[in-house]
Design a protein around this ligand. Structure first.
Ligand code: BG6
Length: 296
């Protein structure tokens, strides 16, 4: 653990130079370097607030127990802020485990926990349910795996949504193509919040995009840059993916998004379970996550 107070983070490095940094605040992965430590794979805003007073603009914020604005009323999450409380709560560092194999199969796993007792009073009041989250971040030579385990520790059932709001760092948005979501139905949050489907299997980003792809048949979403494979984002027990880029105006309007034109260097491919609700009875557990492969 490096630092103290709200900005403490955990840093892990493989003998071959790859590294990961995780802020205890939100258990937000803020840096993941592959390629011997030479390639940063995650975009982080220059004005990201890292002291715990605001959700981090960049990296991999954890969205739980509600995605986006909660239902206006009548749901247990209705009193929560956009994207819930996991990304704005301080998590516990549960420990590190290393698995040593050949140079290519070395990995380090970092575990983080968030429990009802660790919530702010405000969040606890807004969502008075007993839960335990364990979030495991595993660094390998060419990949990063992030998996959450949600347990219902209370007497009554609860419903939740979950999403990993990954900001991938790219060189130039005009040169990327996204494969694996093309012919899947999506809800367009920019247009009209209704369902659409495009016929082209490859997606390019040429303006603001905020789409929720649901019940995706294949597990891998690929990002190709300049004709070369750049990332594979593989879903594990998660059926949905959000594709987001704020583009010019929205990027400018976000005080913590910097520089203004950095929308060209990022694209959010956010895996999750956001269609309807996941329900857990007393004592039940849900597990889901992603493996991101850096293909440079
Ligand atoms: C995405 C949503 O997941 O997150 C967008 O689909 C939203 O609608 C974006 O704008 C960023 O949210 P926030 O709360 O981090 O500004």
């Amino acid at each position: 653990i490096v630092g103290s107070g709200s900005s403490s983070k955990v840093i892990a490095t493989l003998p071959s130079g790859e590294s990961v940094e995780v802020l205890l605040f939100g258990a937000t992965v803020t840096s993941w370097k592959s390629n011997g430590g030479k390639t940063e794979n995650l975009w982080l805003s220059e004005k990201a607030v890292l002291d715990g007073s605001k959700a981090v603009r960049g990296g991999v914020p954890v969205v739980f127990p509600v995605f986006g604005p909660p239902p206006k009323e009548g749901h247990a999450t209705s009193a929560l802020p956009q994207h819930g409380f996991a990304r704005t709560s301080r998590w516990e560092f549960l420990g590190k485990s290393t698995s040593e194999g050949t140079a290519d199969s070395n990995s380090i796993k970092l575990d983080f926990g968030l429990y009802t007792k660790g919530l702010s009073e405000e969040a606890r009041k807004a969502w008075p349910l007993d839960f335990g989250l364990v979030y495991s971040v595993t660094l390998s030579k060419d990949s990063l795996q992030t998996v959450v385990n949600v347990r219902n520790e209370g007497e009554t059932s609860f419903e939740f949504q979950f999403l990993l709001h990954t900001y991938l760092k790219i060189q130039d948005i005009s040169k990327i193509a996204i494969n694996g979501l093309g012919a899947v139905e999506y809800v367009d949050k920019v247009l009209d919040a209704t369902t659409h489907k495009q016929s082209d299997s490859s997606i390019t980003v040429t303006g603001e995009v905020d789409r929720v792809y649901k019940s995706i048949p294949q597990d891998t979403t690929s990002v190709v840059e300049d004709g070369k494979p750049r990332f594979d984002v593989v879903r594990d027990n998660l059926q949905d993916t959000v594709l987001w880029n704020p583009w010019i105006e929205k990027a400018k309007a976000m005080a913590d998004f910097s520089p203004d034109d950095a929308y060209k260097q990022m694209v959010c491919v956010e895996v999750g379970a956001v269609q309807g609700w996941q329900k857990l009875e007393k004592g039940e557990v849900f597990e889901g996550g992603q493996t991101i492969k850096s293909l440079l």
